[in-house]
Design a protein around this ligand. Sequence first.
Ligand SMILES: C[S@@+](CC[C@H](N)C(=O)[O-])C[C@H]1O[C@@H](n2cnc3c(N)ncnc32)[C@H](O)[C@@H]1O
Length: 230
Amino acid sequence: MRPLSTGSGKVARGPVHHPLFARYYARLSVGAETRLGMAGMRERLLAGLSGRVIEIGAGNGLNFGHYPGTVAEVVAIEPESHLRRLALEAALRAQVPVDVVPGAAEALPVKSEAFDAAVLSLVLCSVRDVGRALAEVRRVLRPGGEVRFFEHGRGGGRMMTLTQLTLDRTLWPVLNGGCHLSREPVAALRGAGFLLGPHRRVSLPEKGPALPTSYCALGVAWRPEEPDAH
Ligand SMILES: C[S@@+](CC[C@H](N)C(=O)[O-])C[C@H]1O[C@@H](n2cnc3c(N)ncnc32)[C@H](O)[C@@H]1O
């Protein structure tokens, strides 16, 4: 997102400005594709998708190479300027058309009911307002449209949960682009009125000692066909 002029000579930043995090995420995430098994996870996340897809918080575009040829178009929303530049480069290499667009999950810059599917991959941990973000995902999906999600969150025993909560209240979000460790993405999707489909817990990395970021959920949810109270 370009900085906005305020008219007073000062420059207002876009809503998400994490220049240091963006740079180290761009480096670490590429290594994690093989080292932590992220590439395989992305493949599973996106398998079988078709039609028009919106990806929220696309980062440096590491999902783009995993979209199947049945996808007609991806609109990839990314608010952070450095990551968005990298996503634009990744879009050029992708086998399906990918349009990289500035914007934030809480106010998606797209029409209602315009998409067959939405992809949430390691992003609900970082948005400022999970409820608003998921309400926006519902708005832009057609009735019956699907959400594919791969998200980390609260997990482990008492000690691990306590560690996650403590880190969330102290340095973790500051050092990690607003990321939180103890959110509950599956409960949030249910609470936002999505119908949960098959989903399962996965550990990242799949082997070895668990980290506070290891407790992930991979799955599908749907926007109900019928309008409801949401
Ligand atoms: C951990 S990275 C994950 C990137 C990518 N989805 C992936 O799977 O590698 C979190 C991403 O969420 C983005 N983000 C943070 N706040 C956001 C918001 N309010 N709306 C949309 N994206 C946001 C960040 O800029 C970053 O690209």
